[in-house]
Structure formats: C-alpha cells, structure tokens
Design a protein around this ligand. Structure first.
Ligand SMILES: Cc1cc2nc3c(=O)[nH]c(=O)nc-3n(C[C@H](O)[C@H](O)[C@H](O)COP(=O)(O)OP(=O)(O)OC[C@H]3O[C@@H](n4cnc5c(N)ncnc54)[C@H](O)[C@@H]3O)c2cc1C
Ligand SMILES: NC(=O)c1ccc[n+]([C@@H]2O[C@H](COP(=O)([O-])OP(=O)(O)OC[C@H]3O[C@@H](n4cnc5c(N)ncnc54)[C@H](OP(=O)(O)O)[C@@H]3O)[C@@H](O)[C@H]2O)c1
Length: 607
C-alpha cells in the first residue's frame, strides 16, 4: 500500500477525474493542497475505502464481518482469518461432555439472526456451533472467512499508516492451539497482508492451560483437557477409572455428564465453590432444570416474531435486573447466598453426603467465582461412582494423581478442567507505535479502554479485551454492541478525513484505575480464586467492566471522541474542516430509493 494520503488522493481522483467544472470545486484550495481541493469536489461523508483484517471467526469475527456485509461499514473490505478448520470459536473448540451455555439460548444469539428453533432453554455446545455455522451461511458471511489461517504477528507501519499482518497457513487440522509460542499445526506457508484497520477477535477463553503440576509426562493413560477434546476421547471414559481436576464451570458440567459412564471418578477439588440457581431460572424448567420446547411452541414463535421478541425481552430483562447481585452486601446478594446454602444442603443431604457441605460451602460471596448453576453436579458428587478428593493436585504419576495427602492409582484417564490463561495479553506480538509490543505491555498490565482500544495501537480494536462485561449476561449482545462501537470509529475515519485514531496515552491507564477502584465494591473482589483474577486469589480484576452490562452498552453508544487522538490526512490546523467537502452530503448527491431528505418527515432528526 502507498501512504494513507496518497491512497485518499487516488480514491477521490477516481471519483472526479479530470478538471473541475466552474463552481464544482473550492478554488481557494487549488494551489494549497491537492487532497483538500479534490475533497471539495466530492459529497460530504463519502466513505473512503478501507481494508480491514480480523483474526478469529467466533461470534466476534462473524459480527464484524456482518457489519461490513450489510453496509454498516460502507466501502470496506474485510478478511477474517481463522486458525481452525471452521468458524465457531468457543463453540467449535469446547466439545467436552456436558458442554452447554448457561445463559438461556433465546438471549445467547445475534439479535439480527433470531432462532425460534432452539430445542431447549439452555442450549448445548453442538446446537450453538450449528447455529453459528447456519448464520454464517444464511447471512452470506462465509466468503469473508479464511479458515485454516493463523495470524502470528501484527506490526503498525507508521509512515504508510497500515497494519502489516503475518498469516500462517495451518496444516488443515481441525483445532489449532492458540497458546503463545505454540506452532503446532502451522505450516511453512506464511504471507503478509496489509490493512488500515486490524480487529482482534481471537477470544479470551482460548488459551487453555494444563494444571501447573509435576510429572505430567509420566502419566501413561489418556490425558485430556476440556478445551481441546479429541474426537475419540469417549473410548477413554466408558467403564474407566477417571480423575477430573477442577470445579470451575467446565468441571461442574463434565461430572454429571460422565458419572453414569465411568467405573469410578475421582473429583479433585482445590477450592470451595457456590453451586447456584440457574441463570434466569424463573423461566426454566422445575428447579432450574432445562426446559425443552415443544414443536408447537417453536412453530408459534417462527410464525409470530413479535411474540418471540417479547419472550427474549422478558428473559434479558430478568438477567439485567439481577446485576445488583454482584455488588457486595446487597439484599440480592444475601438472598442468593441463602438460596444456595439451602439448595446445596438439601441436595447433599438427599444424596447422603452432607459431610461434603462443610468442605464445599464457601466463605466468599456468591458470584466471586463465576456462578456455576451446576445442574446435577452435587447429585453426581453423591453418586457411588464418585469420590471427592480435596486439595491441589501436586503431580501426576504413571497411573494416578498426587495431592498433598493422597495418591490415587489405576487411573485410566485424567480430565483437566483447569481452564484458560486469562492474562488478557494477545497471544502473538502486536507491535504498534514506537515499536511498543502490546503483548509485552499487557503481560505487565492489561490496560484497555472500554475493553476495545489500547494505548499506542492506532486503528486497532479488540473484542472483549480487558475490562469487558465478562461477568454478567450474554456476551453475544455485548459483542454486538462492540461491533457498533468499532463500526462508528471506522466510519468516522472514512468520512472525516482521518487516517488513524488512537486513545490519548493516559486514557487506558486512567480508565483502568477507575475500573479497579470501582470493582473493589463487587463480590468479584472477595476472597476467592477465580477466572476473573486469572486463578490468583489476590489477582487484579483486570478482566471485568466496572459496572453493569447496560452501563457498558450506554458508554459504548456515546463514544467519547475527545479521548482519542485523530490524525488528519491534511497537515495544518487550518485544514481541519477539509472533510466538509463539497457542501452537499452523500445522501443528497447519491440518494437511494428510501432516502428521506426532509426534516419534517424524518423522525430520526426531529426532537
Ligand atoms: C465452555 C465455555 C462456555 C461458555 N459459556 C458462556 C455462556 O454461557 N454465556 C456467555 O455469555 N459466554 C460464555 N462463554 C464465553 C464465550 O467464549 C463467549 O460468549 C463467546 O463465544 C466469545 O466469542 P469470541 O468470538 O469473542 O471468541 P471465541 O469464541 O473464543 O473465538 C475466537 C476465535 O479466534 C480464533 N483465533 C484465536 N487465535 C487466532 C489466531 N492467532 N489467528 C486466527 N484465529 C485465531 C479461534 O480459533 C476462535 O475461532 C463460554 C466460554 C466457554 C469456554
Ligand atoms: N457457561 C458455561 O456454562 C461455561 C462452561 C464452561 C466454561 N465457561 C467459561 O469459561 C471460564 C473458564 O471455566 P473453566 O471451568 O474451564 O476454568 P476455571 O473456571 O478457571 O476452572 C479451573 C479449575 O481448575 C482448578 N485447578 C487448576 N489447577 C488445579 C490443580 N493443580 N489442582 C486442583 N485443581 C486445579 C481450579 O481450581 P481453583 O479455582 O482453586 O484455582 C478451578 O476449579 C468460566 O469462567 C466461564 O466464563 C462457561
């Protein structure tokens, strides 16, 4: 690519070739600045072409591709590179038994692709994966996605104002690990592409980790991780002796799903945890169990989208209204605690294992660790096939698991439901202004602005980065809101004569300060180890948004442009308003059939 300014000149010249007719240009500019003179001949708000590259085709990558496809970012091209063989992200990668969404499916979907056909209230992994595949096809998004291509490096080239992205073809395997420095599955075919805007959609639950234990290589049986589940893993479960490490959201789903298949399961539990009510359980089945929709119900919603929308509204409203649960010492926190104590006690007592209660009941607030609805978890813990072993797993032996005071043997299979690295740092180098590498910066301190932008990274946007509303509600709707926010930035670049934008250098750090200070009043700050603190009880709450989801949405819908440096394509302050161009808007000059050019009939303009 040439320089940003030259690219703009070439574009406007292509729109108005030849000499200007009298009255067609602002003649004062003729001998001052070639770009301004050309601009003065084109309609105001004409979007300059923009090239976008995105990494990752989960919900986020698909969402931004769709924004381009439907013209919400007009005159843009996008390629979404995806390391796996198919799109889907989390829901393509996590295939462990029992994997499901704990947000009700009617609320865990794109608002622009509502699905009245979910089979149940809480959808399984397979059904969400199929939904994503179907949306990709039905909405014409597949041409934008290049599977089996892993982004390995990104560098901002300051003099031309482009991102240079290095992409490595994979060997076509199903799942490619995204941990930093791991090159498994990468081929020798590497190429470089340039773009004006780089969007990181690589996901935060992507860098899965083995437990930090000794002797992992000694174990002679099958070692599995919940987030990298091989297709043939079932052979190593049925009738086998299994050790399950971890009681986070994944472990809690796995246990009930395997309990009747295995000969024996040792469940290794290091921390106490709340097993809570299901999310929006008011509308679920009895006692928060899953609710399976009848064919009649699905047909009724398919025939009546308004009724379906009302159902979705009701569920989301219930979830949004529950946010005060996450503020410590509130009545809803107290009620959640009482409910969980009661529920856990009843279940363990009914299962004849009330003794587990004293070890399992936490002293920290409900929600400090991600709430684990755990349908069937406590019941499975009471099953005769199950033995709960307390304490950190210290090491693995040839045929068992070692804790401080227990060593098991004859274990055929170990399932590590030990989660992900949530340091928030990108997993490949992203080198912005002045050679600053975002990976190094964020390994030290992940300071993002509204989870989307970062200091020294011009024209760089990330989905669900540090300070995102990870802890509350459906992330799909948050991803949609981020898509709108990012689209607004790109559109401003395209239409107001800017080549790049970057948050002012103090903004992400100031934002992080506010976030961490506010988060102290939440239950997330109480004394638990959690994903949100990257597995460290005293870890900083860098991953979370300082407020409710609605708070986040409203902040995103009114972007504070003043928090950013905008670089104009025209040098000199007196050319700041060059973008006002011909004085007629693009809508006026290029009206579409439905363009409304009057004030009195335009409800969007009227007070
Ligand atoms: C087991 C599990 C259950 C969950 N349940 C819920 C839930 O109930 N509710 C909820 O709101 N959220 C849930 N989440 C969070 C979930 O991750 C998000 O809701 C959402 O799927 C994130 O979408 P994403 O596109 O941002 O990221 P992802 O889905 O992680 O997608 C990222 C994509 O980027 C690709 N990628 C990564 N690195 C590269 C690279 N270098 N080059 C190219 N491609 C790359 C990956 O292969 C992947 O396809 C769950 C997460 C897990 C792990
Ligand atoms: N919606 C859903 O239904 C769903 C399902 C799965 C995952 N998720 C998402 O994915 C995130 C990650 O969940 P996850 O369960 O995969 O990971 P996680 O919440 O980080 O849990 C990892 C578990 O492994 C344990 N562990 C790690 N090392 C250990 C050791 N050496 N010995 C014993 N135990 C050890 C941890 O114990 P400590 O906590 O004591 O460190 C913890 O219980 C969740 O927060 C959630 O957002 C959601």
């Amino acid at each position: 690519m040439t320089t940003a300014r030259q690219r703009a000149i070439d574009f406007y010249q292509s729109l108005v070739p030849g000499e200007a007719l009298p009255g067609e240009a602002t003649e004062q500019y003729k001998d001052i600045d070639e770009l301004v003179y050309l601009l003065s001949r084109v309609p105001t708000f004409t979007p300059r072409p923009i090239r976008i590259i995105a990494a990752g085709a989960g919900f986020s990558g698909i969402s931004i591709a769709r924004a381009v496809h439907v013209g919400n970012i007009p005159n843009a091209t996008i390629t979404v590179y995806e390391k796996n063989i198919r799109e889907g992200g989390t829901w393509f990668e996590n295939r462990y038994p029992g994997c499901a969404c704990d947000i009700p499916a009617p609320n865990y979907q794109f608002s622009w692709a509502p699905n009245p056909h979910w089979s149940s209230y809480y959808a399984t992994q397979g059904e969400i994966r199929d939904y994503i595949h179907a949306v990709t096809d039905q909405h014409g998004l597949r041409p934008y996605i290049k599977p089996a291509h892993k982004v390995t490096h990104a560098r901002w080239i300051a003099d031309r104002e482009v991102w240079q992205i290095t992409i490595c073809k994979t060997d076509g395997r199903d799942l490619v690990i995204s941990s930093a420095g791991v090159a498994e599955g990468e081929s020798d075919t590497t190429f470089v592409e340039e773009c004006e805007v780089f969007v990181n959609c690589c996901g935060f639950f992507n860098n899965w980790r083995w437990p930090d234990v000794q002797g992992r290589e000694k174990f002679a049986g099958r070692l599995l991780h919940s987030a990298a589940w091989p297709e043939d893993a079932d052979n190593d479960l049925d009738g086998k002796t299994v050790a399950l490490i971890g009681n986070g959201s994944s472990g809690v789903q796995i246990l009930p799903a395997i309990i009747n298949r295995v000969k024996k399961v040792y469940v290794h539990v290091k921390s106490r945890t709340w097993v809570t009510a299901a999310i929006a359980q008011r509308f679920a089945g009895p006692n928060g169990s899953n609710l399976y929709y009848t064919e009649e119900q699905k047909a009724a919603w398919a025939a009546d989208p308004k009724a379906h929308l009302e159902y979705r509204r009701m569920i989301e409203s219930e979830i949004n209204n529950r946010f005060s649960l996450y503020i410590d010492h509130t009545p809803s926190q107290k009620a959640a605690r009482e409910f969980s104590v009661d529920d856990m006690t009843t279940k363990l007592r009914n299962g004849g294992k009330e003794d587990l209660l004293s070890a399992l009941l936490p002293d920290f607030a409900v929600g400090c660790r991600r709430p684990t609805p755990g349908n069937g978890y406590l019941e499975a813990s009471c099953h005769p096939n199950c033995e709960v072993i307390w304490g950190k797993v210290e090491g693995l032996t040839e045929d068992g698991v070692q804790t401080a005071d227990r060593m098991t043997s004859n274990v055929d299979t170990i399932i590590c439901a030990t989660g992900f690295d949530l340091s928030c740092a990108p997993r490949f180098p992203i080198v912005g202004m002045d050679g600053i590498n975002l990976r190094d910066e964020w390994l030290r301190n992940p300071a993002a602005y509204l989870s989307v932008t970062a200091a020294n990274m011009p024209n760089y946007f990330t989905f669900m980065g540090p300070s995102s509303p990870l802890g509350h509600g459906s992330l799909v709707t948050s991803i949609e809101m981020v898509t709108k926010y990012v689209s607004a930035f790109i559109h401003k670049l395209q239409t107001q004569n800017y080549s790049n934008c970057v948050p002012k250098s103090h903004i992400p750090a100031a934002y992080q300060k506010q976030a961490l200070a506010w988060l102290e009043r939440t239950v997330w700050a109480s004394n638990c180890t959690s994903t949100y603190k990257n597995g460290d009880e005293r870890g900083a709450l860098n991953s979370l948004h300082p407020g409710s989801r609605i708070h986040y949405f409203e902040l995103l819908s009114t972007p504070r442009w003043e928090d950013f440096e905008w670089t104009s394509l025209c040098k000199g302050d007196d050319l700041t308003f060059a973008w006002m161009a011909t004085g007629f808007t693009d809508r006026e000059r290029n009206p579409k059939e439905d363009t409304n050019l009057t004030y009195v009939t335009n409800l969007a303009l009227r007070m």
